[in-house]
Design a protein around this ligand. Sequence first.
Ligand code: DON
Length: 319
Amino acid sequence: TGVGQAVSTGTLPGWDRVEQLVREAYERYRGHDDGVVADYIPVLAEADPAWFGLCVAESGGQVHGAGDEDVEFSVQSISKAFVYALVCEAFGHQDVLDRVGVNGTGLPFNSVMAIELHQGHPMNPMVNAGALATTAMVPGATPAEQWEHVRTGLSRFAGRQLELDGVVYRSESETNTRNKAIARLLQSYGRIEADPLQVVDVYTRQCALRVTARDLAVMGATLADGGVNPITGERVVSAHVCRDTLAVLAATGMYERSGEWLFEIGLPAKSGVAGGIVAVAPGKGAIGTFSPPLDPAGNSVRGQRATAYLSRTLGLNVF
Ligand code: DON
């Protein structure tokens, strides 16, 4: 749509060109004001709708940012992708496939009907039911140990120590009756063995971890890089876990908009209701964006546009 299209080659253009395109994406979409800031978690409604940050992290370790790339926000549903990778690392392909699934529901992320339609099967790890089933599998003898496993694991993806946003955690804990109901429903179908409310608590904490657009880019670039963090050089998960995670993101990461997203942008991606999106270009790197106003499916509007622009101009579309 009027934007120069580059065909995917094995590599990104040179440093100067990526730098220029990141800046152009920022300038192009900063003035857009479509979308609505989430308010079903009360504290999220306080976000500034003008916040807009983006960052590209290359698998070689180069990082290019623009705008509010260092503003912290809660990772929310984007945590689902990385907790899923940690659980795949611990349990392996088949167990996770059987217990959590990989197919889209075609319904909103917090749908109860989707669970009922599939005899209690959570369907995939990117909707709340599947994310709760995944978090229930996190290694650890107690919820505190599981939470520590999640926090350290996501910090290794980011290459820095991520902290809990206590205000977001409390705000969501006081209002997440629907997630508690979903966890109870999964329990009623024998899909989670642990205490459902404790599972919801670890999940609510994981969603309240504070990240920046830059962190998202580095976390995504770790998946692009076969599990090695391009900044720290640390191996976080195995290469086959990255492949599994990216396949699930391609199919389900943007909820009921996943098909359209893949058609237009051509990258596995995950969004969160605080306004973050991470999109991963396997072998090349990742794009992290942050802007709070969302479309009706819960995906950041500026983030989608900036990612689409960068996917086209950098030739990232995997197809
Ligand atoms: O469970 C929830 O509703 C939130 N903690 C996360 C939802 C979310 O980010 C959906 N995303 N677009």
